[in-house]
Design a binder for this molecule. Sequence first.
Ligand code: ASP
Length: 321
Amino acid sequence: MSDPIFPHRQLLGIEGLSPLEINRLLDLSDPYVSINRGPEKVSGSLQGRTVVNLFFENSTRTRTSFELAALRLEANVINMQVGSSSVAKGETLIDTAVTLNAMHPDVLVVRHPQSGAVKLLSEKVRCAVVNGGDGSHEHPTQALLDALTIRRRREKIEGLKIAICGDVAHSRVARSNFYLLQTLGAEVRVIAPRTLIPSGLERLGVKVFTDMREGLKDCDIVMMLRVQIERMSGSYFPSMREYFRFFGLDREKLSLAKPDALIMHPGPMNRGVEIDSDVADDFERSVIREQVELGVAVRMAVLELLAGNAIAESATTKAAV
Ligand code: ASP
């Protein structure tokens, strides 16, 4: 039987998920945090199943985290090196999807530089699909691990003031977090230079600031974003030095947030650009390493849940034939 609260076999984004569905994913992830901290990290619930990591874009932590999560559930894992696969020979995304589908994997984790590509691929396969980040669109498991980190530190997300700062224009992490944090009742602020604020952002319900000193006032959480140089064509700000001066998180700017405000960053960090090492490595306030740690727990829960739903769905389809 599919999960009664989250019956889907795909996690393509956070947009459209209900508070109940989001909380279900967080509740299922939570126990894996302590399991991962203990000596027996293995659950065996995906034994004999196959998880394929299909990454069309570079990734260190997300791919490793999904791989580790799948291995801890005792699934078989295949990492597809896109550079050396048929994609490099000109195979289309759809052909790749159809080819993989013919091999009957149980879960596909897909990252792609174009927004919407993972959804397109998911329409051509019968297995479970997780979006591991598509262009500047969504990165749902990152938002879930961010939420789990906040929830474990602050008990609930509702009512918190959360500032998301920096390169919002290119950030799928920011977009997934806008949906998730607001759905769970947080007040979300965006702080960025005008050139890095996408038009129509207010329509998503967030408050927009172009002055860090103003935007950080009274915040419970300060989430910094990486300046994504690889997605920029042209210049969005005069220099890295200038960016750091106005939008880099340092002690002085942090002092405007609440005295116990937590510091977050999805990684990889550009130290000295969007964040000063002094605050990034402040173990009292920075939960950046915890975010990485909890990412494995979230991905274990997501893989297990979606694979279970996909298996239940195909059993029902077969029974109906
Ligand atoms: N790792 C995150 C992502 O893949 C954030 C970043 O790259 O800046 O979107």
